[in-house]
Structure formats: C-alpha cells, structure tokens
Design a protein around this ligand. Structure first.
Ligand SMILES: Nc1ncnc2c1ncn2[C@@H]1O[C@H](COP(=O)(O)OP(=O)(O)OP(=O)(O)O)[C@@H](O)[C@H]1O
Ligand code: SF4
Ligand SMILES: [Mg+2]
Length: 352
C-alpha cells in the first residue's frame, strides 16, 4: 500500500512534540543501565515519524519515558519532552494522565492489553468520553460511542456495543483500541508496533485507517515498527535506534535510498525483496550489546565492517546536513552519528 503524497508543509510548522536529550535509567539486577541515551526527536502536526531498530534498542522505553509510563524500576534521568510547548516531564501524575487521555493517544501491539476483557466494547469506549469529557447523558454517550467506532471502521457499530473483546478478531480489537485513542481527537498518537500481531490484509486496513485519521485530524504520529517497508510507506521521517541511541534520522525516503550509518545500511540489506528467489538474506553479524556491558566507543563497533581505532575509543558526534541545493528544506535535515560519515557521504554522492 502506498498512501497519497506525504504532507509537506509549505511553511515549516512548529513541532507538536519535541524531545531533547531524553535519557532513561533502569534498575536491573546487574546495576543501573541506560535504556534511552540522549534521544532527541521531533514530530510536526500531520506527520508520521517511524522509530525502527532491533529488539531491545529502546524504542518502547523512549515512548514510555515520554508518557510517564515507565515501569517502577525506570526513571527519566535527563532531558525534556515538550508537547505543544509544555514539558511533560514536569507535569504532576494527574495532569500527565489527563494529557495522555485527551491530547496524546497510545496504541500498543496487542490491543487485548489495553482493553478490559470483562467490560463490553460499548461501555469501554463510553468510559473514555465519561472520564475525559465529563459526559453523563446516556443517549449522548451512546451516540458518541457509535460515531467513534464507526470512524474506526467497525461495521454496524450500533449492533456491537454489547460484545466483549474476546468476541472480536485481533484486527477488530485493534480498531476498538484506535477508537478509544482517537475519541478525544488527540494531537499526537503513539503507536508501538500496532500491526505486528495482525495478518497483512488487516495490517493494510489499520494503516489505511491511521493514515486517514492523521490527514483528517492533522494528528502527529510516532510509529514504532520493525517493518522497514511499512515505515517507508506510512511515515515521513525515520529515526534509527541502536542500543538506546538514535544513530541516524531524517526523511524516510532519503534515509532509505541513501543510508549513511552502517547499521541503517545493514538493516536495509536484511529486508527481504518480494519475488527474489535463491538469494541469501544479508544479516548483520553479531548481536546488539547488553546494556550493562556497553562497548567504550561506538556501540555498533563490534559489528561494523568500517570500524577504525577511533570508533572503539570514542562515541561519534552528530553529523548534520541538508541534502540537495535547498538548504531551507522543510522536510528537515539528516543527521548521523558515525565517525565515517564524511567518507561514506562522499562515496554515496559520487556513486549517484
Ligand atoms: N522492565 C524492565 N526492566 C529492566 N530492563 C528492561 C525492562 N523493560 C525493558 N528493558 C530493557 O530495556 C531495553 C530497551 O527495551 P525496549 O522495550 O525499549 O526495546 P524495544 O526497542 O522496544 O524492543 P522490541 O522491539 O523487542 O519491542 C532492553 O535492553 C530491555 O531488555
Ligand atoms: S562510528 Fe565507526 S564503528 Fe560506529 S558505525 Fe561508524 S564506522 Fe562503524
Ligand atoms: Mg518494544
């Protein structure tokens, strides 16, 4: 599925979400580990940012840190999370809960975890309106519930209000979860692998639904996924995470067309091509590091074919640039944390 052209604002729009230097510690039996390390990202209204990376790279922890939903052994150690100008990290627990329900939605991989198995679909969705908007009138609650379920493409929603989650398929449950999260028309939707548990057809429907909603409501979306095809089709921008850090970020079409970080390159090489037969998939040799035993320099160095002595000693600084002649490119700049960026950029440009 290729949705319509990405939304490119003529005038750069202020981001709805701006994360600066977010750092999260987790207490573990092996000591305190840094699961999210100096992560910065931003998303403008109507745009979708993909966060991709191998399992354990810190994608979910980044989002949970932003939303104040860390497990009890977790703690944000540094950084700012500005949402519509306010620093979410400075909000009280109550204020944060209000922002989460009304202005930020979160859709998880398995909708079952966000639905109450003992409550009917209708009463769960109505509860959102009751709690977040203070609506008490039963007829209005029913009308709003049917309306939002219909918007989330639940067929004959008025006949499904008394059903329980177990009576719905995985795809339908995910739609209910989407309905609950868009009920208050949030400005930001955070989706943590929302379609991983679904078959390809249902996945396409759910992505189509999310895409329509973001266009209709100008919602910003943070979309965590392992699926690079999906990221390239649905999202405008991408941030690649490795061992708690973002290593490369920029407009998704450009990053995927000309990856600069060796890890991004490796991830893209490992994506199967439809129809290609007899070819062995290129995997990235080795394993991601354990957080309690990180390498001294670049965290990717033990797996990187381009690693130099410097890579093993010092973590690389950001290298930032705008591509093409247009230096005020509204789609934002590209950035890469790799000591070999300059040489690899030269190689990429001379090859094109
Ligand atoms: N409750 C926890 N206590 C201690 N460590 C945790 C906890 N949850 C996650 N971690 C660790 O934090 C790191 C980041 O985990 P996170 O869940 O953010 O990864 P992820 O990128 O979302 O992976 P996946 O793609 O598998 O969902 C991992 O090393 C993980 O083992
Ligand atoms: S900094 Fe060095 S080890 Fe790390 S990705 Fe770049 S070349 Fe490889
Ligand atoms: Mg995760």
């Amino acid at each position: 599925m290729k949705p319509v052209e990405p939304i490119v604002p003529l005038v750069p729009v202020a981001p709805v979400l701006e994360v600066q230097g977010l750092t999260t510690w987790l207490r573990t039996p092996r000591g305190i580990v840094t699961a999210v390390d100096n992560v910065s990202l931003s998303v403008a209204p109507g745009r979708a940012l993909a966060i991709v990376g191998e399992s354990g790279s810190g994608k979910s922890m980044t989002c949970l840190s932003m939303l104040g939903l860390l497990p009890s052994n977790g703690q944000v150690a540094a950084g700012e999370v500005r949402f519509k100008g306010r620093n979410l990290l400075a909000l009280s627990r109550e204020d944060m809960a209000r922002v989460r329900g009304r202005e930020i939605g979160m859709i998880l991989q398995d909708a079952m975890t966000s639905l109450n198995p003992l409550m009917t679909i209708g009463s769960q969705v109505a509860e959102v309106f009751r709690y977040q908007q203070g609506i008490r009138d039963r007829a209005e609650l029913r009308r709003k519930t049917i309306d939002v379920l219909t918007r989330a493409r639940i067929p004959a929603a008025q006949d499904r209000l008394d059903s329980y989650p177990f009576q719905f398929s995985g795809g339908m449950r995910q739609r209910v979860s989407i309905a609950m999260n868009i009920a208050c028309e949030p400005d930001l939707l955070i989706c943590d692998e929302p379609t991983t548990a679904l078959d390809v057809t249902v996945q396409t429907q759910i992505i189509g639904l999310l895409d329509t909603l973001r266009r209709e409501r100008n919602m910003a979306i943070v979309f965590i996924t392992h699926d690079l095809h999906l990221a390239s089709q649905f999202c405008d921008d991408v941030a690649i995470m490795y061992a708690g850090r973002i290593v490369e970020a920029g407009p998704v079409d450009r990053v995927f067309a000309k990856p600069v970080h060796p890890y991004t390159e490796g991830l893209l090489r490992a994506v199967p091509t439809l129809g290609a037969t007899g070819e062995r998939l290129a995997t990235i040799a080795g394993q991601p590091p354990v957080l309690s035993d990180l390498p001294a320099g670049c965290r990717f160095a033990p797996r990187c074919a381009y690693a130099s002595a410097l890579c093993h000693e010092r973590y690389p600084d950001w290298y930032e640039w705008n591509e093409g002649a247009d230096s005020v490119d509204p789609r934002g700049e590209r950035r890469v944390a790799c000591h070999a960026t300059e040489a690899r950029l030269q190689a990429a440009w001379s090859a094109s």
